[in-house]
Design a protein around this ligand. Structure first.
Ligand code: FRU
Length: 467
């Protein structure tokens, strides 16, 4: 379909649907959500010319996965975002079934996108092209077309280029599935972002000491943090364990060291990034002041996502808040980006036994709790967080079946920082040692009530609306 036609369709969808979406009581006050339609992965996250740019996988035409566009926001401070013109529409034959996920780099002052052109065939098979587009000084994107075809030995599931520069060379990691249906991460290098040579597999199922570790790895992101190398990736096909890997698909990281001379990544264990009900396909960027920032999609593909009530109002999913990553040993700790403190209104403080604390408004709010003992936080009778001697349990009903489900973290809890925004909760445990992010859909303006005999010190801020 021609680009002009796709843009017209997208514009029509936004103009006819945005008021209804904006009036939805579940619409976030300060998290990013699509004006209409379905949003998934963050893409092209970059700090460029003093502004953060965050693109996203977007089907503006329906609350369904399908031919994906790249929507685009930008912000100076990670708090106030403005929606920018569409970055990419799937108009060309090499991207006929979607401009899939990818990243952005600064190539000598030119913002350049590398993304996957996804093409599906009638027999159910598919192919993938890694494609390039550049942004001109007026903010228009110009496609150069494919720069890399499907490498030999892999199925059509090769996608999600994350690109960076090191010692004058460009590097790219790709998520892939080989012909034995094992998930892999492929490495390529290029002098100019156009000619790419394969440097082999650097991680994956049946590699680097891992056994069977999933049939497809999506959205890899390899970066340096504090002298170590971290590979963030989404391996699909891990079987749920008692406390781990409970969502349909996982998103996590390996910490290790990447050897540029031999293209080897030696790494330790896989750790999940977020233990809540919704978190997937995160992407990181480096800010000008040297912080590694991460934003994830607060969604999971193929779960109970289509039972989310916002669908009736023509929009689905939000991003997580931007998070700062810090390495302690070989573990990532996550903090809400410090800029988010700008959203705070007046602080209210409370202290005492949990069950003596007042019920508080959490429509758009931040809570900070120091905890000594067991307690329970009941969010709008829809989501329940229990702090107990073994750790933390988060309970919610499955949106499809109505059956209660839980997610857990094991460890000693002393501090919780909780960000609430209408239909989402992000729980940061012990200074970001673990995080649990979840959507929930309260029937009326949400409040939190407390129970239990643990001693609590509590700060509460309401957070200002800003999207
Ligand atoms: C992850 C993912 C990516 C793909 C994109 C398509 O959620 O499946 O692998 O590029 O979504 O929207």
């Amino acid at each position: 379909m021609s680009e002009a036609h796709l843009l017209k369709q997208a514009l029509r969808a936004v103009l006819s649907g945005q008021q209804r979406a904006a009036a939805d009581p579940h619409r976030p006050a300060w998290h990013l959500a699509p004006p209409v339609g379905l949003m998934n992965d963050p893409n092209g996250f970059i700090h460029f010319n003093q502004r953060f740019v965050l693109c996203y996988q977007w089907n503006p035409l329906a609350c369904a996965h399908g031919a994906k566009f790249w929507g685009q926001w930008s912000s100076q401070d990670l708090v106030n975002w403005r929606h920018e013109p569409l970055a990419l529409a799937p108009s060309e034959p090499y991207e006929s079934h979607g401009c899939y996920s990818g990243s952005a780099v600064d190539n000598q002052g030119v913002m350049t996108l590398l993304y996957t052109g996804n093409v599906k065939f009638d027999d159910g098979s598919r192919t993938a092209w890694q494609c390039l587009a550049t942004r001109d000084e007026h903010g228009e994107f110009h496609k150069s077309g494919p720069v890399l075809a499907l490498p030999e030995g892999y199925t059509g599931h090769v996608r999600d280029p994350k690109v960076w520069q090191h010692n004058g060379l460009w590097y790219m990691v790709l998520g892939a599935q080989n012909l034995e249906l094992q998930g892999k991460v492929l490495l390529f290098s290029s002098p100019d972002l156009h000619q790419w040579i394969s440097l082999g597999e650097i991680a994956g199922s049946h590699l680097n000491g891992l056994g069977d570790f999933g049939y497809m790895w999506e959205c890899p992101d390899l970066f340096e943090l504090d002298g170590r190398s971290v590979l963030v990736v989404c391996p699909q096909g891990l079987k749920a364990d008692t406390w781990r890997w409970r969502n349909t698909f996982q998103s996590g990281y390996f910490c290790g060291s990447f050897d540029y001379a031999n293209h080897r990544f030696d790494h330790g264990e896989f750790h999940e990034l977020d233990l809540g009900f919704e978190f997937y396909a995160p992407q990181t960027c480096l800010s000008d002041d040297g912080r590694r920032l991460m934003i994830g999609w607060m969604g999971i593909p193929d779960g109970d996502e289509f039972y989310q009530p916002t669908r009736v109002n023509g929009w689905m999913h939000t991003m997580t808040c931007p998070r700062e990553l810090i390495l302690r040993g070989d573990r990532l700790f996550q903090h809400p980006a410090r800029e988010l403190q700008q959203l705070r209104g007046q602080e209210s403080r409370f202290a005492g036994v949990a069950r003596s604390l007042p019920t508080l408004a959490i429509d758009s709010a931040e809570l900070e709790l120091s905890i000594d003992g067991s307690c329970e936080l009941n969010f709008a009778d829809t989501l329940r967080l229990t702090v107990h001697p073994e750790g933390v349990t988060l309970l919610r009903n499955n949106l499809r079946s109505g059956e209660p489900e839980n997610r857990d973290w094991r460890g000693e809890v002393s501090l919780l920082r909780i960000l609430c925004d209408r239909s989402s909760i992000e729980i940061f445990i012990n200074e970001g040692e673990a995080v649990m992010s979840s959507r929930y859909f309260p029937a009326s303006t949400p409040t939190v009530s407390f129970d239990g005999i643990g001693q609590i010190g509590l700060s509460h801020w309401s957070l200002q609306q800003c999207v």
